[in-house]
Structures are given as C-alpha cells and as structure tokens.
Ligand binder design. Structure first.
Ligand SMILES: NC(=O)C1=CN([C@@H]2O[C@H](COP(=O)(O)OP(=O)(O)OC[C@H]3O[C@@H](n4cnc5c(N)ncnc54)[C@H](O)[C@@H]3O)[C@@H](O)[C@H]2O)C=CC1
Ligand SMILES: O=C(O)C(=O)COP(=O)(O)O
Length: 718
C-alpha cells in the first residue's frame, strides 16, 4: 500500500511544478508579447505618420494654387491620423486576441490534445479575420487620402464639353470627382455654366477662348484629350493661373495611320473611283494611278506622328526625307529619314505631308511660292492643322495641275463654310478623323483622366504645357524652398516700399538648388505680387501696390479680388498669384526675372539670395535658407542675423535707423497687442538693423506703438 501511494504524491508535486512553470511561462509570454506589440504599434504610428506627412507635403505643392488647401490639408492630417490610430487599435486588439488564444493552446497542450486542435482552428480563423480587417483598413485609408487630395485642389466638378470616351468619366468619378458631360453647349451656354467647374476637358471642337477662361472663376485645369491645344488660349490660361494639359502620344498611331491612308488613297484615286462606282459607272481609264514604290515622301515636322508615317511608308518602298528645326539629322537618320532644309525638300518631293503644330512659323508653309518650287504634280497631305497649307494657294495649285492631289483631314474653319476645296475632284477630304479610332479615343480619355488625378495628388505634372515653374516644384524636398522663395518675396515687397521694381535676380547656392531657377524665381514673384501694401501714400510706378495693383493686374489680364482691407500697416496678401501665372504677370509688369546658380556655398550651406533692383539701379537683398523643413532668414541688405530668424506664421518685420533697444521694441509690440513668441535682430550695418518678431497672434490694432520706436514695421502672415 505504502509503496503504491508514494509515486502518486510525486506525480502531484510534478504537476504543481509544471503548473507553476506554465503559469510563469504564460505570464512572461503575455508580458513580452504586450511589450513587443506596444513597441510595434508605436513604430507603426510613427512610420505611418511620417508617410502621411510626406504625402501631405506632396499635396501641399498644389497649395500654391488655392489658399483653401491649407485648411483642407489640416483636415487631412487630422482625419488620416484618426484613421491610422483606429487601424492601429484594431491591429492591437486582434494581436491580443491571438496571444490569448496561444496561451489557451499552451495550457490545453498540458491537458488535452483535442483542445489543441480546436485552439489551432481558432488561431487560423482569428488570423484570417485580422488579415481582412487590415486590408479593409488600408483600402479605406488610401480612399480617404485620395478623396481629400482631390478636394484639396478643389477639383470637385469637371465639365467635359466634347465627345470624350466614357472611360474618362468613369476614372474621374471613381476618384470622387463630379463629372458633367455636355457636348451640345453653345458658346453662351458654356460661358454661363463654366463658373461652376474646377476643371474642363475638351477635344478640338470646344474653343476655350480668353472669355471662357475669364468666366471660369473656379477653373484650375483645362485638359485636352488629344494633342493640339490650338483651340485653347493657353496664354490667357497661364495669366489666370490655370494649368493646361494635353495627352501627347495617345492618338499618334491613329493619326499616322490616317495620314498613310490618305497618301495611298490619293495615289490610286480611291475617293473619286469609289464615288463613280456609287453613281453606277465602270470607268477604269479615268482613274489610272501611280505606285508609291520608289517615290519620295517629304515629311515636314519629324515629331511623333511624322516619324510613324515615315516608318510605315518606307514599307511601301518610299524614300523619306524631312525637315524639323528641333530634330537633329543624326536622330532622323536612325529611322532612315534624310534631314534636309525646306529649300532642298521642295524640288525633291513627290508627296509632302505636314505634321507640325499651327504656329506663326508653320502657317501657310505651303503657299504659292513654295508650291512653285515643287515638282509639277506633287501631292500633299494635311492631317495636322488647317492653315499649314494655305487653302487658297492649294486650290490654285490644284487648278493649274501644279498639285496633282491633296488629302485633307483638317481645315482652317471646322466645319468649313466653303466646301470648294473638299469637293475638288483631286481632293480626298475627311472631317478631322485622324484621331477618331476606338483605340485612340480610349487612350486619350484614360490619359487625361489619370493625368488630372495625378496632378491633383501632386504625383506628376505629365502633359502640363504651361506650368514650367512647377516641373521641379512637386518634390517634397523642394517644397520648403518654394515656401522660402514666397516668404522672401513677401518680405522684399514689404521692405522696398519706395522701390520701383525693374529686376529680380535670384542667386542660388548649393547643388541642391542647381535646377531650382524656374520655381525659385516664380515663387519669389508669387510672394512679391501677392503682397500689397495698405500704407500706400506713394504711387510706385512698376511694383504693384494697393493703388496700382488692380490696374496693373487688369492690364495683365488678372482680376484681383481683394481679400483684405485697408487697415493700417497690415499687409494684404492675395491668393491670386501662383507658380503658373506669376512669371507671366511679372513679365507683363515689365519686371525682368533671372536666376543664377552660383555653385557650392562657401560655408557648405545651401541658400537663396533675392536681389530686388529698382529702376534707378538701387538693390535690396535678402538671403534665406531651409533648415530641416523650416525656412529662415539669414540676412537683409548685408545685415546678418547671428541667430537665423524663423519665417512662418504671424510675423512682424521692422527696420531701425541706427541701433535700437530690443526691450523698447518688444515693449511697443506688446503694447500693440502682439503676443510675441520669438524675436531675431540683425547686426548693425550701414547704420540700420532689421528684425523679425514671431507672434502667437497678429497685430489686432495695427502697429502704432511699434512704428514710434522703429523706422518702419509691417505685420504679415508668412
Ligand atoms: N488630325 C488629327 O486628328 C490629329 C492631328 N494632330 C496634329 O498633328 C500635329 C503633329 O502632332 P505630333 O506629331 O503629335 O506633335 P509633335 O510635337 O510630336 O511633333 C511636331 C513637330 O513639329 C516640329 N516643328 C515645329 N515647328 C516646325 C517648323 N517650323 N517646321 C518643321 N517642323 C516644325 C516640332 O519640332 C515637332 O518635332 C499637331 O498639329 C497635332 O495637333 C495630332 C493628332 C491627331
Ligand atoms: O489631337 C489632336 O491634335 C487632334 O487634332 C485630334 O482632334 P480630336 O480630338 O479628334 O478633335
């Protein structure tokens, strides 16, 4: 009996020890898992936050287009953070469930194998649920970012006024853009409804003239689902800060194939022969044709379509020659096309096809004089733009036999009022069908919609034809520099009250700014032009101020809406100017802008110096840099800030003649109701100092007291 009881006691002790050990293991595992999950959660929050901030910076590029974006961007941060936190909470909860299940399994392992199997099934189910939750959360997050990004540019409503493939509507709608498609609008109707829209998409039928653009108060983008933008007044769009974009390449193949079709149809009289058959005639003699083999095809304009035409017609044994001022002879020799001057081309060509835009240099490229230089019986094709071949001269050449035939897809007036040319027996005419294929229309429709979406998300400027300053300004790295440029422009405008600005030179130091010339001059001009002064006793001839800005802006085709009031020394910053229109406006105002890359800075710190030059030759200089993501002022007129002045938020900039007591200045600022957060004072140089006061609040009652202790002071929001 005794011998049989002893082992049972030992078993109980062992079980107790096992249980204790298991408990310790469970506690340790739970603690470790909770700590690890906590750390992972924090890391995830930080990483996601950084990603979101980077995303936001990209969106903020487009802040230059509308001030509202700042508010929406803030909303974006809050909402995205909120969602990120939610996602993290969900993940943590699921992980804790998994941990509990694992613990149950460990305990079960000590007790019962069946429970282990059940535990495993539970774990698998929980993991699947976790995966689904994570996927849903990520999709929701991306959707929110996309929606808010679109809204941040204000691209809520887009009008499509020409026959554009439905794909375009679908893509925009799936990105939460409201789309109206109305292809039957008269000019008056378009003028009436255009103010409602943020974006407009057209083909070649809608004429987006200056009055349509002026009427489109909310327009931000005009998209051309196709190549030629001659139906859009791009200059008026630029003045109004509206981006114009096309879809280069989407219809190239269709236009090239149509051109080849016209060449082939011409040489075998297909049009007239077909017409005569329809009239019930069997006339084989009249329509004797000629081979293309061995003939010379001249291509004027060796761009996308010109090249594709060359490659296709070479398959017929044609020799291809061509001219294009922007294409090098070596380049087109690679695709077997000989580059020749126009004068060498005329006498050699059996066929001439034009593939250039209609610009002053190409208008009436083929006229009486050039037709006379061609071989008698030359055949011509125009699948580019009406007017490159002068229509009256072509009719004369057809009548005289100098031109044996013409294939025309485009006309000066579309639809033409006068059909004489189209009806000529030696003319094959089509009603602008070069791009009218299912494939080309699907491509251009998709392209323009995706380009819109990419643009508003700050991802790409592909297809934009009038936003050169923005080209390098989209990168998050360059954003602080764009902001610095604007802030230096604002300060420059405020501090050069009596300067009649004639030149702005931007000097760039440091390799990071090597390609920053365009957007830095543009951003300086944005800041300068946006800032008008309310203390405007003097009329400054060129620089825009409260008095002359409306007139100057009107001259430049801009209708500034004053979003501030005449309230003492406070600067009024309007949002009418952006990176798209500022360079054009500066030019119209007679302000010459230039940027010079000066190589590496001596101290290795990249910086920007803005030199504002008056009509009398006097120069006012400001220098700033970017520290981390912050913009700071380094010097004004050679007066260095030993501690760089932070530029951002409510700011007061002042100048003193001679040295001044900082305590007097701050005392006066406080008397004016300014809640000071920081103050930076420059060195004394040329008997003056400059100072920047950063404030929690703007100057509510003006700068009366401060103005008594300094020579000039201005409040602004940077
Ligand atoms: N009929 C239709 O449905 C279509 C017509 N087009 C038109 O076809 C034309 C060509 O389009 P792409 O090849 O895509 O354009 P692209 O821009 O690729 O090529 C145009 C070429 O013309 C050259 N050029 C400019 N000035 C010139 C001059 N004075 N002399 C000779 N060449 C000059 C340019 O350097 C460029 O290489 C455009 O006018 C476009 O609007 C395009 C698509 C469809
Ligand atoms: O893309 C072009 O330049 C075209 O001429 C095509 O015009 P469409 O879009 O067919 O009206």
């Amino acid at each position: 009996m005794y011998a049989s009881k002893k082992p049972k006691r030992i078993t109980r002790v062992v079980l107790v020890v096992h249980a204790a050990a298991a408990a310790v293991v469970v506690v340790v595992v739970v603690v470790v898992v909770v700590v690890v999950v906590g750390i992972v959660a924090v890391v995830v929050v930080v990483v996601v936050a950084v990603v979101v901030v980077v995303l936001l910076l990209v969106v903020v590029v487009l802040v230059v287009v509308v001030v509202i974006i700042v508010i929406v961007a803030v909303v974006l941060v809050v909402v995205v953070f909120f969602i990120v936190v939610l996602v993290v909470v969900v993940v943590v909860v699921v992980v804790v469930i998994v941990v509990v299940v694992v613990v149950v399994i460990i305990i079960a392992y000590l007790c019962n194998f069946v429970v282990v199997v059940v535990g495993l099934i539970v774990v698998v189910v929980v993991l699947i649920v976790e995966l689904v939750v994570a996927i849903v959360a990520v999709v929701a997050l991306v959707a929110v970012v996309v929606v808010l990004s679109l809204y941040s540019l204000g691209l809520r409503k887009v009008l499509i006024s020409d026959e554009v493939d439905q794909k375009c509507v679908e893509i925009l709608q799936s990105n939460n853009v409201e789309v109206t498609k109305n292809t039957k609008l008269s000019k008056d109707e378009l003028l009436q409804i255009i103010p409602e829209y943020d974006g407009l998409i057209v083909r070649s039928a809608t004429k987006v003239t200056a009055d349509v653009i002026e009427a489109g108060r909310n327009l931000k983008i005009i998209g051309r689902a196709g190549t030629g933008v001659d139906n859009i007044d791009a200059e008026a769009a630029t003045r109004n800060g509206i981006i114009v974009m096309n879809t280069p390449g989407g219809n190239t193949l269709s236009a090239a194939e149509h051109t080849c079709t016209l060449i082939i149809a011409l040489t075998r009289n297909l049009g007239s022969a077909s017409m005569s058959m329809k009239e019930g005639k069997w006339d084989r003699k009249k329509f004797m044709g000629s081979e293309l083999y061995g003939k010379t095809l001249a291509i004027i304009g060796l761009g996308r379509i010109g090249k594709e035409v060359a490659l296709r017609m070479q398959a017929f044994g044609m020799t291809t020659i061509g001219f294009d001022p922007l294409v090098k002879p070596e380049e087109c020799a690679e695709w077997n096309t000989e580059w020749l001057s126009l004068d060498d081309i005329w006498p050699r060509a059996d066929y001439i096809t034009v593939h250039t835009p209609l610009i002053p240099q190409t208008k009436h490229l083929l006229n009486d004089i050039t037709f006379a230089k061609c071989k008698k019986g030359v055949r011509v094709v125009n699948c580019a733009r009406g007017g490159i071949i002068e229509e009256a001269a072509l009719l004369r050449a057809l009548e005289s036999g100098q031109c044996a035939g013409a294939g025309l897809d485009v006309f000066v007036e579309e639809p033409p009022k006068d059909y004489t040319l189209a009806k000529h027996p030696n003319v094959i005419a089509t009603p602008h069908l070069g791009a009218s294929t299912v494939e080309a229309q699907t491509r251009v429709a998709e392209d323009i919609a995706l380009q819109f979406v990419d643009l508003v998300q700050g991802k790409s400027l592909f297809g934009a034809i009038n936003a050169h300053a923005l080209t390098n300004a989209l990168s998050p790295d360059t954003q602080p520099w764009v902001q610095l440029g604007e802030k230096l422009g604002v300060l420059g405008s405020l501090l050069t009250k009596t300067l009649s600005l004639s030149n702005v030179e931007v000097l760039l130091y440091g390799s990071t700014l090597k390609n920053a010339g365009a957007f830095m001059t543009a951003s300086v001009m944005v800041g300068y032009l946006r800032t008008t002064r309310a203390d405007n006793g003097d009329l400054i001839p060129h620089a825009p101020n409260m008095v002359n800005a409306p007139v100057l802006s009107k001259q430049a085709g801009i209708n500034p809406s004053t979003n501030g009031s005449d309230d003492g020394e406070r600067a009024v910053v309007t949002s009418q100017f952006n990176l798209v229109n500022a360079p054009a406006l500066a030019k119209q105002l007679g302000i010459v802008t230039a940027a010079t890359y000066k190589g590496e800075a001596e101290d290795g710190i990249p910086s920007v110096t803005v030199a504002l030059q008056g009509a009398g030759g006097e120069i006012f200089q400001l220098q700033g840099t970017v520290a981390g993501k912050s913009t700071v002022l380094l010097s004004v007129q050679g007066n260095d800030f030993s501690i760089p002045a932070s530029l951002g938020g409510n700011t007061v900039v002042y100048r003193t003649v001679g040295p001044a007591q900082i305590s007097d200045i701050l005392g006066a600022a406080m008397k004016d109701g300014i809640q000071v957060s920081a103050c930076s004072v420059s060195s004394l140089c040329k008997n003056q100092t400059f100072g920047i006061i950063n404030a929690y609040s703007s100057a509510p009652n003006g700068l009366k007291n401060l103005s008594e202790v300094v020579s000039s002071a201005y409040a602004c929001v940077l």
